[in-house]
Design a protein around this ligand. Sequence first.
Ligand SMILES: N[C@@H](CCC(=O)N[C@@H](CS)C(=O)NCC(=O)O)C(=O)O
Length: 202
Amino acid sequence: MATVYHAKNTRSMRVLWLLEELGVKAEIRSLPFPPSKLQPDYLSINPTGTVPTLVDGPVRLTESMAICEYLAAKHNSPMLVAPGDPARTEFVQWLWYGEATLMTPLSRIATVGRLERKGADIDAVIEDARNNAGVRLTALERRLEGRDFLVAGRLTLADISAGYPLHLVGLFGIDHLLGPRSAAYRERLRSRPAYQRAIAVP
Ligand SMILES: N[C@@H](CCC(=O)N[C@@H](CS)C(=O)NCC(=O)O)C(=O)O
């Protein structure tokens, strides 16, 4: 059985959610956050100190979407849009959008918001990141016109990728940045039993 190193409200929720969608069991090891400070022995598992990490026999992966691709391929899931599929190119675009485009300003809000230092400069950085997230979210709003899911007319890893930054938007109290289609899309993802089981893991 594979092992997943997890911390609540982090990108490891993508992996837990996918496992639930696949109906695949794994050993979940929950860590305090940030593990590099609160559980430094985790650095021997993942030298970057980030979560998630997946260990599956000789396989060790430390990128949430690489873990999702690995698991979806291993279990022959249609959530992975394979090379040769007409939807593949769009799938790759939206797979990266969730991590590379949406997570950039949201990670800034998370890391700067954790600093003990407060003040006008910090507020300005957070405000700029919020504005930037709002601009980046408009691409999602446009994409969802006439669509329930990002690609291929079904739930794919692209939705798992985008689902985490949308979770953070809620946690950060910036729901006003979501257009109506994006808000409805997030609800569609959140209402899935697999999502709810994953999000409940401590
Ligand atoms: N690109 C990586 C990013 C992993 C990452 O930065 N995880 C955050 C939590 S969402 C983390 O563990 N941060 C702790 C730290 O940087 O010390 C992924 O998708 O897994």
